[in-house]
Design a protein around this ligand. Structure first.
Ligand SMILES: [Zn+2]
Length: 344
């Protein structure tokens, strides 16, 4: 089968089209004929290679995917041949102590499609039957491929970990990726007051259309910390959602209000930060990490996608043959929303 990925870790020049054996569904699994695959920032990390995450090579990229079930393994329960499905990119064993209590994200054998195991940028992918859900009828294959990872991740970060409540003030730092476009819509649905900080006036327009109440366009004259503090009317925010890491962490910490929660699910500009502990204890604030989402959280997000209350924001769709261009756009970071690959 045709697939897109790499045989060696490195930069974009390592990307290539792969010709790999057609996979088949094992016990409890289904095979999905992929129609579209969605990239995430994670794909750049997989390509570069992550310490402690050894990948069998060659490796197929992308974690999100939509398609049609075309093979059922022995004992696979739920999906039927011909079902139009969306793939849940997180794999858990379903048996460890964390899985048994519904915290699949803490599973001892947790893996993510395209990060630890072969991804969806291929003609077929095989996953456990419980990892496919019906594609919401209002979504086509292409837009459906921009949903699962970002909506489950944003749901958990904002609501479960961040405990964002109606009427609270939330600030989000950075506005380009699919994650923030999902988070803005979820926070809007929840009834929170949303402030988004971005470096681009054009993106500020776009996030307002998604439900942001206030925007800060940062510049040398209007820094992130000062600008957000003013926009909070010197009260601080109840929740700050910032996964940039080193570049913006000190400012995000500074603008937390009393009882404020700084939630992050990544550290794209670097993991090591200097931290002033005083605002944390003075204000009873906290710093909370989050990653991906549990199955229950994924299903909650799916209900909203189904109802039309939130929708995927797709930046650009590329044919499989332009996978390299798609990854280059992801790396350049000037997209707004998700980058999707049409596979077939
Ligand atoms: Zn488990």
């Amino acid at each position: 089968m045709r697939a897109f990925g790499f045989r060696q870790h490195g930069d974009l020049d390592r990307l290539e089209f792969l010709d790999l054996p057609e996979p088949h569904a094992g016990p409890g699994e289904v095979r999905v004929r992929i129609r579209a695959a969605g990239f995430n920032h994670l794909d750049l990390f997989s390509l570069e290679g992550m310490p402690g995450v050894p990948l069998p090579l060659p490796h197929i990229l992308a974690g999100d995917g939509t398609g049609v079930v075309d093979e059922l393994g022995e004992g696979a329960v739920g999906p039927k041949i011909g079902d139009r499905v969306m793939i849940d990119p997180s794999l858990s064993d379903g048996t460890c102590e964390w899985c048994r209590r519904g915290d699949e994200v803490y599973c001892r054998n947790y893996r993510i499609l395209g990060e630890h195991v072969q991804g969806t940028a291929a003609e077929w992918v095989v996953v456990p039957a419980r990892n496919v859900v019906p594609l919401p009828s209002r979504l086509d294959f292409t837009s459906g491929a921009g949903c699962a990872l970002v909506f489950m991740t944003a749901w958990r970060a904002l609501f479960t970990v961040g405990e964002l409540r109606p009427g609270e003030r939330v600030a989000m730092v950075g506005a380009g990726g699919g994650l923030v476009t999902a988070a803005i819509q979820l926070a809007h649905w929840k009834g929170a007051h949303i402030t988004v900080a971005t470096r681009s006036a054009e993106r500020a327009e776009k996030v307002r259309a998604l439900g942001a109440d206030a925007t800060l366009v940062t510049s040398p004259e209007r820094s992130l910390g000062k600008g957000l503090w003013e926009l909070s009317e010197k009260r601080g925010f109840d929740v700050v959602f910032d996964s940039n890491g080193r570049a913006t962490f000190p400012d995000s910490l500074r603008v937390l209000g009393r009882g404020g929660r700084l939630v992050f699910c990544g550290a794209t500009t670097g993991p090591n930060v200097e931290m002033d502990l005083r605002p944390i204890f003075w204000r009873g604030a906290s710093v909370r990490g989050s990653t991906m989402g549990n199955r229950a959280e994924f299903h909650e997000a799916l209900k909203l996608l189904d109802s039309g209350a939130v929708h995927p924001v797709i930046d650009r769709v590329y044919p499989l043959s332009q996978g390299v261009e798609a990854m280059a756009r992801l790396k350049a970071g000037d997209m707004f929303g998700k980058i999707v690959l049409e596979v077939s």
